[in-house]
Design a protein around this ligand. Structure first.
Ligand SMILES: [Zn+2]
Length: 52
């Protein structure tokens, strides 16, 4: 069974959990690749602004 560390209470909980059963920390639903796309977009926009 895969575990992940809760940022709220530093306990290892099931990766499937959306909300920590110990401290009720709510994990963001956003897919990890979506964050990378957002970062890439910001970098590309910055480069365009610099080179124009
Ligand atoms: Zn927690």
């Amino acid at each position: 069974m895969n575990k992940k560390e809760c940022p709220g209470c530093a306990m290892n909980i099931d990766v499937e959990e959306r909300i920590c059963p110990i401290c009720s920390y709510e994990f963001p639903r956003q897919a990890p690749w979506l964050q990378w796309v957002a970062v890439l977009l910001v970098v590309v926009m910055f480069l365009i602004l610099v080179f124009i």
